[in-house]
Design a protein around this ligand. Structure first.
Ligand SMILES: Cc1cc2nc3c(=O)[nH]c(=O)nc-3n(C[C@H](O)[C@H](O)[C@H](O)COP(=O)(O)OP(=O)(O)OC[C@H]3O[C@@H](n4cnc5c(N)ncnc54)[C@H](O)[C@@H]3O)c2cc1C
Length: 407
């Protein structure tokens, strides 16, 4: 039996290793990787530290078209199995509040351990081999490389990733291969990505970093909030809390909805509480200048923009600020509105939303359309939040597809 895995990222390497461990003697396992080396994206994960998994990596945390199938798969290979797997590979993981990293915090160790394990188990790894066409003949699959060379296999696992961070090799060509073999693709959209805003004043805030809360609002309805370090940029708003909301924001935009991010600068206080606090400050220090009213609450670079948006002059004493000005300021401090008109593109996205629908695969990640074809990783319509969730999906799906493909 000959198995070919297309794509040597996290999911493809896991699939190759699992298949090689489970395969009967004489099974030929080849991994075809388009790039010069397998696992390039792993090196960039977790800012080079590789956030391997997360103890909250449960099906409800993910976006997909089948939480049921996701639940089944994740119960068979959970974050605990990931920890055991890497421990056996000589990569013990340590937890930081449930976020797991290799003990030495080096993503390169994770990549190197996976690649050497694949070699040790006899997987043939061919790099610089980008597959551009896939066909299923009556007796085998035929995969054609960019060079024109054809590879034949009895079974194939497509693990070519999505479109995020294409400089690591995942340029979306995996979708064409899936379509060649009869599959549909849920429209790929950038996920875990910065959002662009329509307001001109955002440029004035570029470079600001602050601890705050962001809330996603769709068609005027508040959906959910995230807290943490937020970065303001000359095009809009970024940072992990924004990334966590970005998939839903991009989805809503693509469905023609009105999307906004509301930024709370002040410990998630309500508008009423902020107004009360501002009034108290003005009462206690009526001689303070309006700009000084916000001192210590918001980064200095934001003060004039916030006052300007609230129609308050910069240098007037607090005693002269009108009630309507203070009310507007309280609103802007508790829910400054960024009208989202787009997102940064796939070049800077950490994950792809969309891909091969789970409803087109069975519980072993085998195609319901083309038997003998399996899928793993980001190529499937599954994406999770930041924090080890997407790699966990790569490990789970790679493990299950690899085991099933040689069964
Ligand atoms: C900057 C960044 C940081 C991240 N940090 C984290 C993190 O800390 N924790 C976390 O959980 N997730 C993180 N992620 C997400 C995570 O890295 C991915 O979800 C995961 O690596 C996807 O694995 P994959 O195997 O499905 O795809 P990929 O890793 O994209 O691998 C696909 C492989 O297939 C190859 N390939 C593509 N097309 C072809 C073809 N036609 N023929 C042959 N080969 C092909 C590519 O070269 C690539 O090597 C991060 C992502 C980015 C971009």
């Amino acid at each position: 039996m000959k198995l070919i895995i297309v794509g040597g990222g996290a999911s493809g390497l896991m699939a190759a290793i699992t298949a090689a461990k489970a395969a009967k003697k004489g099974t030929d396992i080849t991994l075809l990787e388009g790039g010069a080396k397998p696992g390039k994206k792993i090196l960039s994960t977790g800012n080079g530290h590789c956030n391997l998994t997360n103890e909250k990596a449960l099906p409800m945390a993910y976006n997909s078209d089948s939480t049921l199938l996701l639940g089944d798969l994740m119960s068979r290979f959970s974050y605990r199995d990931t920890l055991d797997f890497f421990n056996e590979l000589g990569i013990p993981a340590v937890s930081r509040d449930g976020y797991y990293y290799p003990k030495n915090k080096e993503a390169a160790s994770v990549r190197d351990a996976l690649v050497s394990e694949a070699h040790r188990l006899g997987v043939r790894v061919l790099t610089g081999t980008k597959i551009v066409k896939a066909e299923k003949n009556p007796d085998c699959f035929v995969l054609t490389a960019e060079s024109g060379v054809e590879y034949r296999a009895d079974r194939v696992i497509l693990a070519a990733g999505g479109m995020a961070f294409p400089k690591s090799g995942s340029d979306g060509s995996g979708y064409n291969l899936a379509m060649d073999l009869g599959h549909n693709i849920v429209q790929p959209l950038p996920g875990l990505v910065a959002l662009t805003a329509a307001e001109n004043w955002v440029k004035n805030l570029a470079g600001v970093r602050l601890d705050g809360t962001v809330t996603l609002q769709v068609d005027g309805i508040r959906r959910r909030s995230q807290q943490g370090e937020i970065q303001l940029t000359d095009y809009g708003i970024s940072g992990i809390p924004v990334f966590q909301l970005s998939g839903d924001a991009v989805d809503a935009l693509s469905n023609g909805k009105k999307v906004a991010i509301l930024l709370n600068f002040w410990d998630n206080k309500t508008e009423t509480d902020v107004l009360f606090a501002l009034k108290m400050r003005c009462k206690a220090r009526p001689e303070l200048e309006s700009g000084e009213l916000l001192r210590g609450i918001v980064p200095n670079k934001c003060v004039s923009t916030l006052l300007n948006l609230s129609k308050i002059e910069l240098h007037i004493p607090c005693r002269n600020i009108s009630v309507s000005g203070l009310t507007k300021l309280a609103k802007n401090l508790s829910q400054l509105c960024f009208t989202v008109n787009g997102a940064k593109d796939f070049d800077s996205a950490q994950v792809t939303r969309g891909g091969v629908p789970l409803e087109e695969v069975d519980r072993n990640l085998q195609s319901r359309i083309t038997p003998g074809l399996f899928f793993a990783g980001e190529l499937l319509n599954v994406d999770g939040p930041c924090g080890g969730f997407n790699l966990q999906w790569a490990w789970t799906s790679g493990h299950e597809a690899g085991a099933a493909a040689v069964r």
